[in-house]
Design a protein around this ligand. Structure first.
Ligand code: SAM
Length: 309
């Protein structure tokens, strides 16, 4: 909305942050309506510009157009973040380098981690190696003042799991920056010594699957991002709603939330999902990375759980 100011020129009115809802519309326009410094955490999983078949969005833009658009929405993200805010960007190989340079060098966001989300069940290729990863860039606005709740996402260390070493920190350790998502859980290939992330990609047959969006992110992955980079009651924004999983996860974790989405169909489905979700509800997917995706608990896992209770 624009109004005339007392000098007679037009200024844009920036209203309060609308909370706990998904809003139909273009994120660039909707971000523009948010006040400066009003959001604690932005998680964005934009279209990758690879020709994916979305409901209304055309995912095959000219390279320069896509990059210019990415620059504009990420600049808005930076503006709406609080001074101690955090921005997580999920992006594919095709534009990871470009978007990192834009966010870091042009917009001035400060990189903390470059996480690789390793998954399977990607498209099987025959003339190149099959894609099994996506990039998760973790940026902050301030170099020292930002939320990082390491306690909320710790995993058992090898000292605890393998060596039963009394010197092991009973609080476990931070996960590595490669997050493994192995739906088929090969016991032999990935055993409990891997203190990495055992969350599955949300495949077609999974209970978690909402069923209307092919890019649905796993709640366990989103839970790790939201837990580590925000506190209960703070505001989480997702400019690209998709299936709504960021908002669902934020609600379960007792965060305030806001999402934007271009497709009326997706918005309706997200609203239905949100209405069926309760604060405090368990996240879908493998319950806890500290279980390594396996139900049985080792002594070290039991120790980790009891040290936290
Ligand atoms: C990769 S998907 C997001 C998937 C989401 N992270 C999830 O877990 O389901 C990107 C979404 O952005 C939406 N989109 C594309 N351009 C948009 C824009 N300018 N504003 C808002 N949403 C947009 C698309 O319709 C699509 O649903």
């Amino acid at each position: 909305m624009t109004t005339l100011n007392r000098h007679g020129s037009r200024t844009r009115q920036r209203s309060e942050v609308p909370l706990d809802r998904i809003i139909l519309g273009d994120c660039l326009e909707k971000l523009g309506e948010l006040p400066d410094g009003s959001i604690d955490l932005v998680f964005a999983d934009p279209p990758f510009n690879i020709g994916y078949d979305y409901d209304v969005y055309n995912d095959k833009q000219e390279v320069s157009k896509y990059l210019d658009w990415s620059r504009r929405w990420m600049t808005e993200v930076s503006r709406v973040l609080k001074p101690n805010g955090t921005f997580w960007l999920a992006i594919g190989d095709e534009y990871a380098a470009d978007l990192k340079v834009i966010a870091q060098r042009e917009i001035g966001l400060i990189p903390r981690s470059w996480v690789i989300w390793y998954y399977t069940f990607g498209v099987n290729c025959t003339k190149k190696f099959s894609r099994s990863h996506a990039h998760l860039f973790h940026f902050v606005k301030h170099s020292t003042d930002f939320t990082f709740n390491d306690e909320s996402i710790r995993v058992p260390s090898a000292r605890q799991l393998v060596y039963n070493d009394r010197r092991a920190n009973p609080r476990g350790r931070l996960p590595d920056d490669t997050w493994i998502l192995r739906p088929q859980e090969p016991e032999a290939g990935f055993n409990p010594t891997d203190d990495t992330w055992y969350f599955s990609r949300v495949c077609g047959t999974f209970k978690e699957r909402a069923g209307f969006h092919g890019c649905q992110m796993p709640e366990q992955l989103l839970g790790r991002v939201i837990n580590v980079s925000s506190n209960p009651g703070e505001i989480v924004l997702d400019p690209f709603g998709g299936s709504g999983s960021t908002l669902i996860t934020a609600k379960k974790l007792d965060r305030r939330f806001l999402g934007f989405e271009l497709s009326p169909e997706y918005v309706t489905r997200i609203e239905q999902r949100l209405a069926a979700t309760r604060v405090g509800q368990k996240l879908d997917g493998i319950e806890d990375a500290r279980d390594g995706g396996k139900a049985k608990k080792t002594t070290a896992r039991r120790r980790l759980s009891s040290s936290e209770s």
